[in-house]
Design a protein around this ligand. Structure first.
Ligand code: ADP
Ligand code: MG
Length: 142
């Protein structure tokens, strides 16, 4: 069973749409294997987004990600990584397909509601950044 990491970013948490976003995942066949609301430190955000350290938007991205609490979630299911990316929509909400999370809940490319792992390999790294294996549990269909 494939796993991926989702982060509901500070803009969406502040808007009060945690439940609506988690519902998108559950309504589209993904299981919530673990979830937690946390306040990232600057060091956490810099480490998590280290791949973007040389990008011009890096400092703004880190400032934004620590501007309020986030919800980190492990999603599980067949093709979980790609299904989550499809549910998210394009990075720039103005380019996101109607009905995607970013089209429906995000304002702009800086405050774009959600993060999702972009490969299965990165998902494993990102999940391990926030969760130990014993905090993650598979839910089987009843
Ligand atoms: P995604 O979140 O869709 O995987 P990236 O990994 O390319 O997108 O970028 C990580 C995050 O950095 C984006 O979600 C967005 O918040 C921010 N970002 C990306 N590109 C830009 C940009 N050109 N200007 C401002 N912020 C950006
Ligand atoms: Mg990315």
């Amino acid at each position: 069973m494939e796993r991926t990491l989702s982060i509901i970013k500070p803009d969406a948490v502040a808007k009060g749409v945690i439940g609506k976003i988690l519902d998108r995942f559950e309504s589209n066949g993904l299981k919530i294997a673990a979830t937690r609301k946390i306040q990232l430190s600057r060091m956490d955000a810099e480490a998590f987004y280290a791949v973007h350290a040389e990008r011009p938007f890096f400092n703004d991205l880190v400032d934004f990600m620590i501007s309020g609490p986030v919800v980190v979630t492990v999603l599980e299911g067949e093709n979980a990584m790609q299904i989550n990316r499809d549910l998210m929509g394009a990075t720039n909400p103005k380019e996101a397909e109607p009905g995607t999370i970013r089209a429906d809940f995000a304002e702009n490319i800086d405050a774009n509601a959600v993060h999702g792992s972009d490969s299965v390999a990165n998902a494993a790294i990102e999940i391990a950044f926030f969760f130990s294996e014993k905090e993650i549990s598979t839910t089987s269909e009843q």
